[in-house]
Design a protein around this ligand. Structure first.
Ligand code: A2P
Length: 332
């Protein structure tokens, strides 16, 4: 099997570290690894697949090396600045930031949902927002079978979604330290603000779920609303998703679809209190779906509870799966 030279930009960060772990665990054929981060981390040693690598500073010249794929997770500004440089030098960038997600020339891909969008990439591919990814995996089989009119997302998102600093803020808060990272303490609290507010009163995180869902499903007619909440959980986002279908459905049909859908684990036995839980989704690559029940307030509606590891399927795993899909589709 052919192998590839892979750069991980942001290799010292929460998602970058997980990207390294997932590349090794899922056995992506890596020939040479190029871990990159800011000047602060240059020279630091990191471990990949039992071998030590030295982190290099992210600079334009770094992409003059023989690199096939660069997985970026070093924040939007860094992606904005360096992804086009890498792309122009022939590197395929899989970008975990929000910098290019809504750019019409950049595919936004969840491999279980819209792998065909990879075919028109121009060297930059965007990895969707963590909350959007798990929702798309859960909704695509239903969208195809019954058509969707409207979606209401309510999220319960883990602190690791805001990186090492977000994680540390909860750890410190539980020990009684002051939270200087979040707008209010996250310990013993729920914050109905993730990222900053936009002019319409929604946060950027909420608008990402609306806009990215429409882009991934290629359906601007979808009516979507979202409330995104940060909760004091370290790993895995939980989501309550209310969906109104165009067509009639039965709960058995939905469960049967889920039992056949790749990347989904159905956990739905309320009698035994079996449903998806953040602590069980941690370190897993699948999306867990349960609490499937009819919404009796509309003609064709359901409620779902959807949980996934935000750092794995919501970020690192999805990016690595995109790399695998590029190989499978002979795009690299
Ligand atoms: P560094 O560790 O050198 O600061 P997290 O979101 O978990 O905090 O991780 C952010 C990642 O992005 C880290 O690897 C960080 O590297 C990297 N990063 C942040 N700013 C830059 C930058 N200007 N250039 C390159 N890497 C950056």
């Amino acid at each position: 099997m052919k192998s590839y030279n892979v750069a991980v930009v942001g290799a010292t960060g929460m998602v970058g570290q997980k990207m390294l772990q997932v590349l090794a665990e899922l056995k992506f054929p890596v020939k040479n690894l190029f871990p990159m981060a800011s000047k602060r981390s240059a020279g630091k040693e990191i471990l990949y697949n039992g071998k030590t690598y030295v982190v290099e500073e992210l600079r334009d010249e770094a992409f003059d090396q023989d690199i096939d794929i660069a997985l970026f997770s070093a924040g939007g500004d860094t992606s904005q600045r360096f992804s086009p440089v890498a792309a122009a030098k022939g590197v395929i960038v899989i970008d975990n930031s929000s910098a290019f997600r809504m750019d019409p020339t950049v595919p936004l891909v969840v491999p279980e949902v819209n792998p065909e969008d990879l075919d028109w990439h121009k060297n930059i591919i965007a990895n969707p927002n963590c909350s959007t990814i798990q929702a798309m995996v859960a909704l695509k089989p239903l969208y195809d079978a019954f058509g969707i009119k409207r979606i209401i997302f309510s999220t319960y998102q883990a602190v690791s979604g805001s990186g090492m600093k977000g994680y540390a803020a909860l750890e410190g808060g539980i020990k009684g330290e002051k939270d200087t990272f979040n707008p209010h303490p996250i310990a013993y609290n729920c914050l109905p603000q993730i990222d900053t507010f936009t002019d319409n009163g929604y946060t950027k995180e909420e608008m990402k779920m609306v806009n990215e869902t429409q882009k991934i499903l290629h359906d601007d007619s979808l009516r979507i609303t979202a409330t995104a909440v940060r909760v004091p959980v370290y790993y895995a986002h939980s989501e309550s998703i209310n969906v109104e279908f165009k067509k009639e459905f039965t709960l058995d049909e939905i469960k049967s679809l889920y039992s056949k859908s790749p990347g989904i684990v159905l956990q739905d036995d309320p009698e035994k209190s079996i449903y998806p839980l953040a602590i069980n989704a941690e370190n897993r690559d699948e999306v867990f779906v349960g609490r499937i029940r009819r919404d009796y307030s509309v003609d064709n509606g359901i409620n779902l509870w959807v949980v996934a590891d935000n750092i794995r399927k919501g970020a690192a795993t999805n990016a690595v799966q995109i790399a695998f899909a590029l190989v499978e589709r002979h795009l690299i």
